[in-house]
Ligand binder design. Structure first.
Ligand code: NAI
Length: 413
C-alpha cells in the first residue's frame, strides 16, 4: 500500500508521463522487446530516485516487463506528487511526497527495503547504505545495484574499500552514455533553465562562479557562456583548472571569486565549498545555488546561524540578511537546483541514462550471482546497444570498420 500525498492528483501525472514517453524511444524500444517474455517476472525492483515523469516511465517499463516495483524519492524536493499518484494508480508501490521531512525520507527508504527487493536502483547511495546499516539480513537476497550518480559511486567505492561488497554495484554514472550526456548536457541545460525560471533574471552579462569543473560544472559553464554570461571557475584539481583556463574561463580560488560573483553554482560533490567567511565577503544581492547531489556544498547551517533575518521572497528562493546588512539569496535551500525548482534533465537525455539502467537491471538479473562482488563498470555491449538504439531512433547512420581497418588498428608493426 503506497504512502503518497493524494491519489486524486493522478490525472496530471498521467499527462506528464505521456509527454515523457513520446520522447523516450530507447526505453520504449527496450520495453517492447522484453515485455513479451516478461523478463522481470517474479522480480522485485526497489528504486530510490528523483520521482518525476521520466523516472516514472522507467518504473512503468519495469512493471510492464513483469517486475514488482517499489519506489521512494531520492530528494524530498524533487518528488512530484501528481506523478507519484499516477504511479500508484498504475500499480507501482510508492513511498514519497514532496517536501517530506528527513525522518519520513528515511522511513520511506525503509518501506522499500521492507518489500525485500531483488534488485536496487539507487541515486546517491542512501538506499544501499540503509540496507547495509539496518537490513543486513537482506544482503544475500540482493542480486545487485545500479547506482545513478557520481556521489553515489564515490560512496559505493568507499564502502567496497572499507567493508567489502556482498553483491555487485554497477556504476551506471560512469558509463560514457551516461555522464557525457546526462551530467554534462542534461545538468547544463536544466540547471540554467531552472535558474532562469526561478529567478526571472538575465544570464547575459552576469558573473557566474562555478565551483567544480567536472562533467556537471563544465556543462553549466558552457551553457552560461552560450547565453553570454561571464564565468569564473574554482577547482582543486590542477588539470581540470588548466582545462577550464584553456576553454576561456577565468580560474581563481573561491576566496577571491566570492567578491566578484553575482551568482554561485556549486557542482563538486564535496562539502562546505562555500562557507561562513565566503558569505560575508559576497556582494549584496548575490544568488547561491547548488547542482551537486547533496545539500552540503553550500554550508547552509552556518548561513542559518550567521543570518539575522530570513524570509522566502519568491517561490524556491530565500533571502538571508547578514550582520553586515548584505542580502544573499539561496535557491531551493541549497538542494539540487535543476530538480528542486524544475522538471530535471531534458527527457531525451534521461532516455539514454534509463536505457542503461534498464539493461543493467537485466544484466544483474541474469548474471548477478556470478559477477564479481565489486563496483563494476557498465559492459561495453550495453553502452553500444543504448547508443545504437538512440541513433536508430534519430535516423542517424554511421560507418562501420572494414576488416582491413580492424586489422590495421590491432597490429603493432
Ligand atoms: P566530477 O567528479 O566529474 O567533478 C567534480 C569536480 O569538483 C572535480 O573536478 C573536483 O576536482 C572538483 N572539486 C572537488 N572539491 C572541490 C572544491 N572544494 N572546490 C572546487 N572544486 C572541487 O563529478 P560530476 O559528474 O561533475 O558531478 C558533480 C556532482 O554533481 C556530484 O555530486 C554528482 O552526483 C552531481 N550530479 C548532479 C546532477 C544533477 O542533476 N544536478 C547530475 C549528475 C551528477
Amino acid at each position: 500500500m503506497s504512502k503518497i500525498r493524494d491519489i486524486n492528483l493522478w490525472k496530471n501525472g498521467e499527462r506528464k508521463v505521456y509527454w515523457a514517453k513520446k520522447f523516450m524511444p530507447v526505453v520504449n524500444l527496450l520495453e517492447k522487446e522484453y515485455s513479451s517474455t516478461q523478463i522481470f517476472k517474479n522480480t522485485t525492483i526497489g528504486m530510490c530516485i528523483h520521482l518525476e515523469a521520466k523516472t516514472a516511465r522507467l518504473a512503468l517499463s519495469f512493471k510492464n516487463c513483469g517486475a514488482k516495483v517499489v519506489c521512494a524519492g531520492s530528494n524530498p524536493l524533487s518528488t512530484q506528487d501528481d506523478v507519484v499518484a499516477y504511479l500508484a494508480k498504475e500499480g507501482v508501490e510508492v513511498f514519497a511526497w514532496r517536501g517530506e521531512a528527513e525522518e519520513d525520507y528515511i522511513n520511506n527508504l525503509r518501506e522499500v527495503l521492507n518489500k525485500e527487493p531483488d534488485l536496487l536502483i539507487d541515486d546517491g547511495f542512501d538506499l544501499t547504505t540503509l540496507l547495509y546499516k539496518e537490513f543486513s539480513h537482506l544482503k544475500s537476497k540482493i542480486l545487485g545495484v545500479g547506482e545513478e550518480t557520481t556521489t553515489g559511486v564515490i560512496r559505493a567505492k568507499a564502502l567496497e574499500k572499507e567493508k567489502g561488497l556482498v553483491f555487485p554495484i554497477v556504476a551506471v554514472n560512469d558509463a560514457r552514455t551516461k555522464f557525457l550526456f546526462d551530467n554534462r548536457f542534461g545538468t547544463g541545460e536544466s540547471a540554467l533553465s531552472s535558474f532562469m525560471r526561478n529567478t526571472n533574471l538575465l544570464v547575459a552579462g552576469k558573473i557566474f562562479v562555478i565551483s567544480g569543473y567536472g562533467w556537471v560544472g563544465r556543462g553549466i559553464a558552457h551553457k552560461i557562456q552560450g547565453l553570454k554570461g561571464r564565468v569564473i571557475i574554482t577547482e582543486v584539481d590542477p588539470i581540470k583548472a588548466l582545462e577550464a583556463y584553456m576553454e576561456g574561463f577565468e580560474v581563481m580560488p573561491i576566496s577571491k571569486a566570492v567578491k566578484l560573483g553575482d551568482v554561485f553554482i556549486t557542482a563538486t560533490g564535496n562539502c562546505k565549498v562555500i562557507t561562513k567567511e565566503h558569505f560575508l565577503n559576497m556582494k549584496d544581492g548575490a544568488i547561491l545555488a547548488n547542482a551537486g547531489h547533496f545539500n552540503v556544498e553550500i554550508d547552509m547551517k552556518s548561513l542559518e546561524e550567521l543570518a539575522i533575518d530570513k524570509k522566502e521572497v519568491r517561490e524556491n528562493i530565500h533571502e538571508y540578511v547578514l550582520p553586515n546588512n548584505k542580502r544573499l539569496y539561496v535557491i531551493a535551500e541549497g538542494r539540487l537546483l535543476n530538480l528542486a525548482g524544475g522538471d530535471g534533465h531534458p527527457v531525451e537525455i534521461m532516455d539514454l541514462s534509463f536505457g542503461i539502467q534498464f539493461l543493467v537491471m537485466k544484466w544483474l538479473l541474469e548474471y548477478g550471482r556470478s559477477l564479481p562482488k565489486r563496483v563494476l563498470q557498465v559492459p561495453q555491449e550495453i553502452e553500444e546497444e543504448v547508443a545504437n538504439l538512440k541513433l536508430k531512433s534519430l535516423n542517424i547512420e554511421i560507418d562501420t570498420l572494414t576488416e582491413e581497418q580492424i586489422h590495421y588498428l590491432q597490429s603493432w608493426n
